[in-house]
Design a protein around this ligand. Structure first.
Ligand code: AMP
Length: 169
């Protein structure tokens, strides 16, 4: 099995090849077709199994294929830590480098200025940790009115952290 068999578009295939990926990992083989069909998915895979590309690649492809891409955040990825958030954003940068899909990352513990400047310019994909996301939403910097795709990364950890209270609220 290679990435071409997953019916990925040329700009993404080129980026994956530049990353040195030849074969999709099992989670990628299983998840990519399901997400490309627009279906909901709950995936379980250990760290290091290629989980990030399993969701980032089909999200990039779905957004790339939209002929009339509306301005605004269309995909939101929530993740528990700053380190994971940065890694995921870097993955969107790498896999999406030939797609023109814009992305940004927001997390706490640093000044919000640079993050709000980026948000004001508009992004297609936002990667966020929950605290800073809520903070910037409450200040009106994050508008999710155009949201189409939502990923809860490390969902078990997020729920352990008490994130469910914000979901319910
Ligand atoms: P992740 O589980 O998403 O954190 O990915 C773990 C590592 O595997 C990262 O360094 C990725 O760059 C790498 N990786 C992801 N998918 C593939 C693939 N299909 N082939 C080779 N390496 C990959």
């Amino acid at each position: 099995m290679d990435f071409r068999q997953l019916e990925l578009i040329e700009p993404i295939l080129r980026a994956l090849s530049a990353e040195g990926y030849t074969t999709p990992t099992p989670i990628q083989q299983q998840a990519i077709p399901v997400v490309l069909e627009g279906r909901d998915l709950l995936g379980c895979a250990q760290t290091g199994t290629g989980k990030t590309a399993a969701f980032a690649v089909p999200i990039l492809q779905i957004l790339y294929r939209q002929t009339q891409r509306k301005p605004g955040i269309k995909a939101l990825i929530l993740t528990p830590t700053r380190e994971l958030a940065i890694q995921i954003d870097e993955s969107f940068a790498a896999y999406g480098r030939h797609t023109g899909i814009s992305h940004a990352v927001i997390f706490g513990g640093v000044s919000q200025q640079q993050q709000t400047n980026t948000l004001r310019r508009g992004v297609d994909v936002l990667v966020a940790t929950p605290g800073r996301l809520l903070d910037l939403m409450n200040q009106g910097y994050v508008n999710l009115a155009q949201l189409e795709i939502f990923v809860l990364d490390e969902a078990d950890r997020m729920l352990d952290m008490g994130f469910i209270h914000d979901v319910k609220g």
